[in-house]
Design a protein around this ligand. Structure first.
Ligand SMILES: [Zn+2]
Ligand SMILES: [Zn+2]
Length: 157
C-alpha cells in the first residue's frame, strides 16, 4: 500500500508554499554533494540546466555554458568550492569552457555584490552567504555591521 501524506522533511506553511525544514541553518560544506553540484553548476549554466544535469542526467554541452566571465559568480573561486566536481556533468568541450572561465575568474579575483552587481571587494564592507557563497555589501544585505556569527545566510537562501 502506498504511504499517504507529504514526504519527511517537507512542511507547508500558511501560504501553502512547500519548503524544506531547516535549510536555513545548513552551510555550503554541510550540504549533500548533489546539492552543492547544483549550486556550482548554476553559476555556469543557470538553475534549470544545473538541475536537469544533476537530477536527470542531462549532459551539459559547450553552447549551454555562460561565455561572459562577468556573468559567472566569483564564488566559484572560493576555497570551499572544488570545481572539478562538476566535470562529470559536462561534455569535454563544455568542461574546457567552464575551466577557462574559471581561470579568468581566478585572475580577475573580483568580487561582485549579488544584489547591486557592483564591486564588493572590501571584506569590511561586504559579507558572504554561508550557503550560496555569494557576496553582498552590508548595506545591500540591510546590515549595519558585519554579522558576529560564524555563518550568515543571504535573503534568498
Ligand atoms: Zn551591493
Ligand atoms: Zn545565500
Amino acid at each position: 500500500m502506498k504511504k499517504r501524506g507529504r514526504p519527511k522533511g517537507i512542511t507547508t506553511n500558511c501560504n501553502r508554499i512547500t519548503q524544506k525544514v531547516g535549510t536555513k541553518c545548513i552551510t555550503f560544506d554541510q550540504k549533500a554533494s548533489k546539492e552543492t553540484d547544483v549550486i556550482i553548476l548554476e553559476w555556469f549554466v543557470g538553475k534549470e540546466i544545473a538541475k536537469s544535469a544533476v537530477d536527470d542526467g542531462l549532459v551539459i554541452k559547450e553552447e549551454q555554458v555562460e561565455t561572459c566571465p562577468e556573468m559567472v559568480s566569483t564564488s566559484c573561486v572560493d576555497k570551499l568550492v572544488n570545481i572539478r566536481l562538476i566535470k562529470k556533468y559536462c561534455t569535454e568541450d563544455a568542461w574546457k569552457s567552464i575551466n577557462s572561465i574559471y581561470c579568468v575568474k581566478v585572475e580577475l579575483n573580483l568580487y561582485i555584490c549579488n544584489f547591486c552587481k557592483s564591486n564588493a571587494d572590501a571584506k569590511e564592507t561586504s559579507v558572504m552567504c554561508s550557503l550560496c557563497l555569494q557576496w553582498q555589501h552590508l548595506s545591500c544585505a540591510r546590515l549595519k555591521y558585519a554579522p558576529k556569527a560564524r555563518h550568515w545566510f543571504c535573503y534568498t537562501c
